[in-house]
Design a protein around this ligand. Structure first.
Ligand code: NAD
Length: 291
């Protein structure tokens, strides 16, 4: 017998999750605050639950995917669920913080159910595909028990650790790295356009530069892990060399009247790192300043 699953929330992501389970032959129940959003799933075989309690009762695994934890709390923290939650597994796929994950894990477990907290590193169109990464934290035993079902949602289904907030912490860290790159691109486009270059050449050269940037990124992480902050023969570019090149960004902002808020924040870290470790340090010497 395949696991029966209930998806609470039939927004963009919840609908894609439900469709994926249906396409893999899982008995799938759906519930949404506005029932009309569930209707397109019915022809594909979804059973529409008249209430949250009915959906939970019918399923072994309950996937929650609503807009935020506050919305999720209005669904879960309801007296009608006390009798249906014991023995179920609740998988929270709503985006949230580590603190919210910890609190919800405690609440769900106190009500007799198992809990996994998940983070979806993909858009709805990627759900079910090999490239989709979904991160989970919580008891390993619970993850292993449902690995088959959860893996249906993406080839990159990964167990992160047993502390409930760890999946969402990793989610935030990965997004932070993405935002760093995206904000860098916003600043870079302003520099390019100020010198009458078009964005197409910027875009094309980013592709050519990407392997170099990726190598520097992984080198930074590896050196930080090993706490190798002093410059040595494997340092790709010293802190002093980075800072010398970085002056050109400060100059461009000054000369062209560009917003310099982001470079000024970076400048503060460079100066602090240089005053503590000197110009021969590795860029990784900046890592302790963020802790
Ligand atoms: P959406 O706006 O399409 O859907 C939101 C869902 O939340 C709807 O089903 C809506 O009915 C429900 N909802 C809102 N307020 C509610 C309330 N008070 N009570 C009950 N239900 C309520 O959003 P989405 O894109 O499907 O995102 C859902 C979750 O998935 C979010 O936490 C989002 O951060 C996360 N997520 C989305 C993406 C993405 O690319 N769309 C990627 C990763 C994670």
């Amino acid at each position: 017998m395949k696991t029966a699953v209930c998806v609470l929330g039939a927004g963009r992501m919840g609908s894609s999750i439900a469709r994926t389970f249906l396409s893999r032959g899982y008995e799938t129940w759906v519930w949404n605050r506005t029932p009309a959003k569930c209707e397109p799933l019915a022809p594909q075989g979804a059973q529409i639950a008249p209430s949250v309690a009915d959906g939970i009762q019918a399923a072994d695994v309950v996937i929650i995917n609503v807009i935020d934890y506050a919305a999720s709390a209005t669904l879960l923290k309801h007296d009608s669920l006390h009798s249906v939650l014991p023995g179920k597994t609740v998988v929270q796929l709503t985006s949230g913080s580590p603190r919210l994950a910890r609190e919800e894990a405690a609440w769900v477990e106190a009500h007799g159910a198992s809990y996994l907290d998940g983070a979806i590193m993909a858009t709805p169109d990627f759900i079910g595909r090999p490239e989709a990464a979904l991160l989970y934290s919580g008891p390993r035993k619970v993850f292993e028990e449902h690995r088959g079902l959860l893996s249906a949602l993406g080839g990159g289904t990964t167990y992160v650790g047993d502390v409930p907030g760890q999946a969402s912490a990793l989610d935030t860290a990965l997004l932070t790295q993405m935002w760093g790159g995206l904000f860098g691109a916003l600043q870079g486009m302003a520099v390019v356009e100020a010198e009458n270059l078009n964005l197409e050449i910027f875009r094309n050269q980013l592709t050519a530069f990407k392997p170099v940037v990726d190598a520097a990124l992984y080198n930074l992480i590896d050196r930080t892990r090993a706490q190798r902050f002093s410059g040595d023969e494997t340092t790709l570019a010293s802190l002093g060399a980075h800072y010398s090149a970085f002056q050109h960004l400060l100059e461009a902002c000054e000369e062209q009247g560009l917003d310099a808020s982001l470079p000024q924040a970076m400048d503060r870290f460079f100066r602090q790192g240089l005053s503590q470790g000197g110009p021969e340090s590795d860029l990784a010497a900046l890592a302790p300043l963020f802790r």
